[in-house]
Design a binder for this molecule. Sequence first.
Ligand code: IPE
Ligand code: IPE
Ligand code: MG
Length: 258
Amino acid sequence: MIQPINYSTLPADLHPETIPAHVAVIMDGNGRWASQRGLPRVAGHRQGAKTVKELLRCCKDWGIGALTVYAFSTENWQRPMAEVTFLLRLFDRLLRRELAEMQRQGVRIQFLGDLSPLPERLQDLMQEAMAVTSRNQRVRFNVAVNYGGRQELVNAARAIAQQVVSGTLSLDAVNETALACALQTHPLPDPDLLIRTSGEQRLSNFLPWQLAYTELYFTNLLWPDFDHAAFHQALQWYQSRQRRFGRLTATPTAQGVL
Ligand code: IPE
Ligand code: IPE
Ligand code: MG
């Protein structure tokens, strides 16, 4: 009899020593997934939420220390108001429903982006979720909401300039480390692997600084169809890459320090 595959442990063909420390995901294709089924676009978002839950579980079970997902960009405000409202309500509902489970699984949730234009009730929920899970260590789960990479860099530049003006930082100390420290992803290592679904091959203003040396994986699968088997495949692909970082020989795809 064929044994069912147990996805609660790392699949046997993946090497634990080169499993990425940090995976970033542009969850794209929800609308197309729904349209293909004759459903309203929002049905795709609802289904996509289930996918992210499964992915987070895989990260936790497979020893991936950090997962950063793009849930809503600064550009997504330009969508019809009904879709934006639906998404904000979905975030609200998901947070309420999943917080206890995330707590149980040792997930530390953090939100990246400017939360201030979001409904106050949602902001409060987000703050509460970040506070309640702040001591959890099993897996870091970053959700980018109203996030724009260029805006993040502008904010970092402004914070650094402020320190220079006030005399707490010398101009000589303005370097890559100082800038990385001023980003919202600090102190996480940069993502080792970026996954974008739905066949699009662009970054759409997601983590432009942090993805400078990341392995980029594009798949035609639409986000709601990206299940644990698809993630497994992405990790196989990642482990087949040679990460040279400018050298002539590959360095082991080392696990970063969280
Ligand atoms: C990604 O799916 C989810 C968000 C941007 C919130 P899309 O909504 O972009 O789906 P497509 O790209 O239109 O199919
Ligand atoms: C990127 O997807 C943003 C998120 C996944 C949240 P979009 O669907 O908004 O990106 P574009 O418009 O195709 O670049
Ligand atoms: Mg899209």
